[in-house]
Write a protein that binds this ligand. Sequence first.
Ligand code: PEP
Length: 248
Amino acid sequence: MRKKLAAGNWKMNGSAALLDELANLATQQDADAPQVIICPPSPLLIPAVAATQTSAVQIGGQDCHSAQTGAHTGDVSAQMVKDTGASAVIVGHSERRADHAETNADIRAKVQAAWAANLLPILCIGESEAERIGPNTLAIIAAQLDASMPDGATGDTLVIAYEPIWAIGTGRVPTMDQIIETHDMIRAELTKRFGAEGDKFRILYGGSVKPNNAAEIFTAKNVDGALVGGASLKAADFQPIIDALQAS
Ligand code: PEP
């Protein structure tokens, strides 16, 4: 049985005031609830860890460098993220791939850095709109997964987030047939590469998940949760998504 996971990506949003929302969310968690990880910007990691200290909500970073230290102005290492008290980190988000020209090889190295720091990497993959319209959509996603994911990954040490780039922040969502087909393909690829372990990886869907579409998305058998951007910025939006996941 895979533990359901709702992860919130605040991107370059949020403030100390928004941490109050986080605390509200935290008070509504219980032991049977899905795992919840909030990923605020780096300067908010420490206060976010403090705000959720007595709750089941965990905190994650939005990125880490693959190196441990060095001349990388503006970057943070995986160990620095870990030292804030965070337990996870997003790697390979399409906005990082686009804004910072991150390659699959860079992202694979970041996953390994996250492991070395004992962080749970949430590895993002997903196609552009042109790739979705084109004839090779599934093969493109499979190749990205294969190239971004290091050997030695296990269901306990890596989470995958399938995020079609054209669905992020747009209010557009793939059809259920597309979500099911893509998640089933990712599961098949994981099983092909990792054998029985492939069944243990959690595969999140991300891209305009909202309170009004979450329940339907969670009906897909290989959707184990969501990576949520905009709707994770308000407890009033994020909590119903968590509740829909719990009910699924
Ligand atoms: C994201 O940032 O990963 C994301 C899925 O954003 P949104 O939910 O706003 O589309």
